[in-house]
Design a protein around this ligand. Sequence first.
Ligand code: COA
Ligand code: AMP
Length: 634
Amino acid sequence: MSGYADVYQYWLNNKEEFWAKAAEKISWSKKWDEVYTPNDGPYGRWFKGGQCNTAYNCLDRHVKDRPGQAAIVYHSQMTGEVKSISYEDLRDEVATFAAVLRDKGVTKGDRVIIYMPMIPEAAVAMLACARIGAVHSVVFGGFAADELAIRINDCSPKLIVAASCGLEPNRVVEYKPLIDKAIDLADHKVDGTIIYQRPGQSAASLGENDADWDSLMDKAKAAGNKADCVELDATDPLYILYTSGTTGKPKGVLRDHGGHMVALQWTMQNIYGIAPGEVMWAASDVGWVVGHSYIVYGPLLQGATTILYEGKPVGTPDAGIFWRVIEQHGVNILFTAPTAIRAIKREDPEGEKIQESDLSSMRALFLAGERADPDTIDWAGRCLNMPVIDHWWQTETAWAITAIPFGLEKVPPKIGSSNLPMPGYDVTILDEGGNPLQRGEIGAITVKLPLPPGCAPTLWGDDNRYKQSYLTNYPGYYETADAGYIDEDGYVYVMARTDDVINVAGHRLSTGAMEEVIASHKDVAECAVFGIQDQLKGQLPLGVIVLNNGVDRSAEEIEKEVVNLVREKIGPVAAFKTAITIERLPKTRSGKILRGTMRKIADGEDYNMPATIDDPAILDELTDVFAPKLNKAT
Ligand code: COA
Ligand code: AMP
């Protein structure tokens, strides 16, 4: 059994055996009682009764076999620092910081929020939590204080571990004021913070509940204070990662220890084809699931070297930086979002900078986070002269639902498709009534339960929301909230979301959350937010607002305030730059706002007049209002 088709078929017929075999690659302190337990949690749990520790599997078990090998290569284009951290040194840093956390009263099951940029300390903090069984929740630096406060309230952390600042090309993002504001806003009170003061940057001022990372680490090192790995149940939580849902309240996606390790290690070998000792670079951020899975956990579980890159694909300093990093560090596999490749292509359309670097170490480019448009894949394939593989996954799954199993068999990818279902995922397209559709027919993309190891078993503290969000509309299936089809050869095409989530520069954002913020503006009577096409970022949010009667200030002034409000409440990552005032919102007779029709008008697409529209004249009004404003905005 060697090829994709055989392995997929074997998995389909022997699901538990398949994962039990994959689990042999992980070190367990106690073997599981059952590979899969159906009657536990919303749909079941993997490896119940097993005991293990993710930090042990990522670090300790490699130290002897990989002397001198870098676990992490930190490459910052923002500070100019480049350094390698060996497995042994990383294990020691992690064990020391784990002792610091323990001495701060953090114990198994406690939550710790990590709010850090792309620096090695972020990975140290994550692994230190794993070491002592604390549950980390990393919050992306581009989110504002209010979003941080929502997460503090939801997961009630004991501590926040943060850096003094993040570095964006156009500004320094001071984290401490954001944290102080979030702590003020949140009902849950954290015990305190640990702040890593970034060298060379102005130091954050620390209050009585704030401790300095370096001082704590120096003290712990002087005392030889290190924490051992705690034995954990395979089903114990490793982390919570918040992701956008349809409402303003993000979903706390939960990940466990055992199944997550088994799945990620399988993917390193079979999807990415990375052997121990090789080099993987996921050019993402530790604040996203890609960063969790393929900057931190996946490569380390496999005994590979991971590149932790702080910078952008362009502008830091130019569009050749990705290729120079690949040459400098001998990267074997690059994984990034299509938007990053589009940004590079825009600056270097002929791919001249690609030719300036020696990319002989690199075997393939993997793309995910949003649909990879055929132009981008085609351009990258031509310039790089290697396979460019789109693969599709979600925060909820932690690893690819569909991909090319490049390490297992180099099946040809199809441009425009996110490729083939991976073992673990029985992908089924259903119509609205839950009936399976024929090949080629578009419908809701679902996965027949159970989901494989690594996928979220539930949402933090909210089994009901999990069931409601994913398991209710199509009983027996996991609803991905993506729509698409499967072709004659079994390749999956992911075309659109079926909910109010949009995808901006590979970042998943909730239009509902933005609407909630805009609606809180005192002069706004009604609003709607939807995603419009953008050549660089894939989609951009557009807000339309209707003002209250009697508002006597200019619409332009209010539009600016609305834009600022979204940036202040959700954060710059929302990339919300355009609000347009209209007289009234188009609605159905039952009062449903016609966001889809507005989106088509804004994108200049043809649309059918919805049969149930309340007043068809509104749509002509919109065409007149949108065209000049959107031309100006883009
Ligand atoms: N901390 C603080 N602010 C951040 C941030 C962070 N970690 N990351 C982004 N931001 C800010 C940006 O500075 C920008 O602010 P601005 O409005 O003042 O310009 C805003 O959030 C929007 O960021 P982004 O959408 O990323 O746009 P950009 O113009 O900074 O960069 C790309 C555009 C295409 C280069 C960039 O989006 C990119 O590299 N994307 C890769 C996507 C990715 O890694 N996705 C993860 C899933 S694989
Ligand atoms: P996130 O949870 O942030 O990873 O976002 C997941 C969502 O991004 C998916 O549900 C899709 O809508 C979209 N997405 C991610 N990867 C792809 C892809 N390769 N093709 C199409 N859509 C994708």
